[in-house]
Design a protein around this ligand. Structure first.
Ligand code: 1GP
Length: 267
């Protein structure tokens, strides 16, 4: 992953009727990098939901499954999540064994992902449904060890998840710690409700941010988040090209330069 990306998460159970129409309208004029479809607990038909999206919107659709009932060949790819922060074999490997043959036969692109649940200062559906405990917010070393274990097991991505609708998103120092200690791209999601929280996650090293809950009540905010993602880093290029010698009068300017350095490393 070379640039910062945004995935809009849509839960077919929550995104219906008028909300679905206004979400589709927003996604048509403000196209995010990806649309993730899924949830910890959904009842609606995922196939027909994806068909509607693909007819209307230009983003790639990736399945973000809560369980094996949410697998669909209509999508472009499947996040093959293993809940590596938990100790419930069902979500580490059980669901995978039950669906392995049909997934392989379907030919869908599979993206092996180490899914790491972090305490979002609220009991999350993932925690409840998976019957696993999240990593405490102040235990970044445990998050890092978990991410490195996922890397050594051959996974392609790390997903740091605070849980949908979390009161607090994944702490930035934890994202930084995991980003420095692993070579895998990092997805961050859960409880991100403002463009500032989105850029904070990018600054800390997130390659992709997933936002869902806030759009269920305010789909018009999709434009702001897409804009913030597409423009991320643009002002830093201008800051650095103004002069070879840059004097920093204040902390903000210095932080901007540091962010630029990180941005450049990702190019
Ligand atoms: C949840 O990470 C995603 O699985 C997105 O979280 O719904 O809180 O934006 P929100």
């Amino acid at each position: 992953m070379n640039k910062k990306m945004l995935a809009v998460l849509l839960d077919p159970d929550q995104c219906r009727g008028r909300i679905l129409s206004s979400t589709i309208a927003a996604l048509k004029s403000n196209v995010p990098d990806f649309i993730f479809v899924g949830g910890s607990h959904t009842n609606s038909s995922i196939d027909s939901f994806i068909e509607v999206l693909k007819d209307e919107v230009n983003s790639e659709v990736i399945i973000f499954p809560g369980n094996i009932s949410q697998i669909s060949t209509k999508a472009n790819a499947l996040l093959y999540l293993s809940l590596v922060s938990g100790r419930n074999a069902e979500f580490l490997i059980g669901q995978h064994v039950n669906s392995a043959i049909s997934i392989k036969n379907s030919g869908i692109e599979v993206i092996p992902t180490g899914y790491i649940l972090i305490d979002g200062a609220k009991h999350s559906s993932v925690e409840y449904i998976s019957n696993t405990r999240p990593i405490p917010r102040d235990k970044k070393e445990i998050a890092l060890s978990t991410a490195i274990a996922a890397e050594l097991l051959g996974m392609s991505l790390i997903y740091l998840e605070a849980g949908s609708g979390a009161n607090l998103p994944v702490p930035v120092d934890m994202i930084e710690c995991v980003g420095h200690g692993t070579t895998l791209p990092i997805i961050v999601g859960g409880g991100i409700k403002t463009a500032e929280q989105l850029t904070n996650a990018f600054d800390a090293g997130a390659d992709m941010v997933v936002v869902g809950n806030i759009f269920e009540t305010e789909p018009q905010k999709i434009a702001e988040f897409v804009h913030a993602t597409k423009n991320y880093g643009v002002d830093f290029v201008e800051v650095a090209s103004e002069s070879k010698i840059i004097l920093y009068d204040d902390e903000d300017e210095f932080q901007k330069f540091q962010r630029y350095q990180r941005f450049k490393r990702n190019l």
